[in-house]
Design a protein around this ligand. Structure first.
Ligand code: ADP
Length: 325
């Protein structure tokens, strides 16, 4: 039985074989496994935390490739469904020369969007300790109801609920619908990880402290704001702090946020909630920052996510460097 279950989209990212071009200019594409919740499950498995993935891909070559990729890194895919109604989602993603991403989605609809409440294995969820979900599966029905049913099951069973409201504006009808839709997943979670940009967008204010206050809710125990190469900031009802990032040569930031969440959940599960104080959160966020930093040093998400041994080695090396300075 997995300790952590991640639910959501699992898709193929088609990435240009050359960098710094837009999708019109790209000469060829390489397939890479994608989907934020799936990356989190993969990240946890690589860090030695038993994880499982729930969702749906097409009963096609790409769907089976994705299942195989997750299984190879140790994710339990026994609850993954294969649809004969729709194909595996595709996203063509290019990092342009100006640093912006160019996206083109094939989801008309894709198998993940047809994930249905009846597909949710509640017994599987009840056996875990934590449940992680994102916002892409909240965009439309029936996946939206399936996500909320799974989250509600997790809540009733006393699991830790973790939410990463990944903002993909292009997938929503408009910005207001995105804000409303993303916020439907918000009140259920005890742990939320957002980027600065996402928090500003959701709270509609530039002041991060004010934004956190505005969106705080009763169930929330920990809000973590990721800040790229600046690290992260954590806020709990009784503590708040900033944890600097590690200095690395980043080549591709894809999956950094998902690796960060995997590191964060691994750390949080090692402490009872009553012990989430400033000193344990500093340590946990430092670990999550290390996972995020290492993920940026390689291409693609899943191949770059580190193992527990790699993170230990990285932390030791950086401790020695700090001592030498
Ligand atoms: P997201 O926007 O998906 O949350 P971020 O880009 O903020 O992701 O990255 C998540 C975490 O990964 C950061 O909080 C940081 O710890 C680490 N990270 C990301 N980019 C870098 C970088 N260039 N150098 C070092 N660490 C990084």
């Amino acid at each position: 039985m997995p300790d952590v279950i991640a639910l959501g989209e699992l898709l193929i990212d088609f990435v240009p074989t050359v960098t710094g071009v837009n999708l019109i200019e790209a000469p060829a594409f390489k397939k890479a496994p994608g989907g934020a919740p799936a990356n989190v499950a993969a990240g946890l498995a690589k860090l030695g935390v038993p994880s499982g993935f729930m969702g749906q891909v097409g009963d096609d070559a790409f769907g089976h490739f994705l299942a195989q990729t997750l299984a190879e890194v140790g994710v339990d895919v026994s609850a993954l469904r294969f649809s004969s109604e729709a194909r595996t989602a595709l996203a063509f993603v290019s990092l342009r020369a100006d640093g912006e991403r160019d996206f083109l989605f094939y989801r008309h609809p894709s198998a993940d969007m047809l994930y249905h409440p009846d597909d949710v294995d509640q017994a599987y969820i009840r056996g875990a300790r934590a449940f992680h979900y994102g916002s892409i599966s909240l965009i439309g029905e029936p996946a939206r109801s399936a996500t909320l049913k799974a989250a509600e099951t997790a809540r009733e069973a006393g699991l830790l609920l973790s939410y990463d409201p990944n903002l993909r504006l292009a997938l929503w009808p408009d910005a207001a619908a995105a804000r409303r839709g993303i916020l439907t997943g918000w009140p259920l979670a005890q742990v939320i990880k957002v980027s600065e940009e996402e928090l500003r967008f959701l709270a509609q204010t530039d002041d991060l402290r004010q934004a956190a206050r505005k969106l705080w809710h009763q169930e929330l125990r920990l809000l973590v704001i990721t800040q790229g190469r600046a690290g992260c900031r954590y806020i709990t009802p009784s503590a708040e702090g900033q944890v600097p990032a590690f200095s690395v040569q980043a080549v591709d930031t894809t999956g950094a946020g998902d690796g960060f969440v995997a590191g964060l959940l691994k750390g949080l599960l090692q402490y009872p909630q009553a012990d989430w104080d400033a000193s344990s959160l500093q340590r946990i966020c430092r670990y999550a920052n290390a996972v995020g930093a290492i993920t940026t040093t390689g291409r693609g998400a899943i191949p770059s996510l580190p193992t527990a041994a790699q993170v230990e080695g990285f932390l030791q090396q950086h401790q020695e460097q700090a001592a030498d300075d």
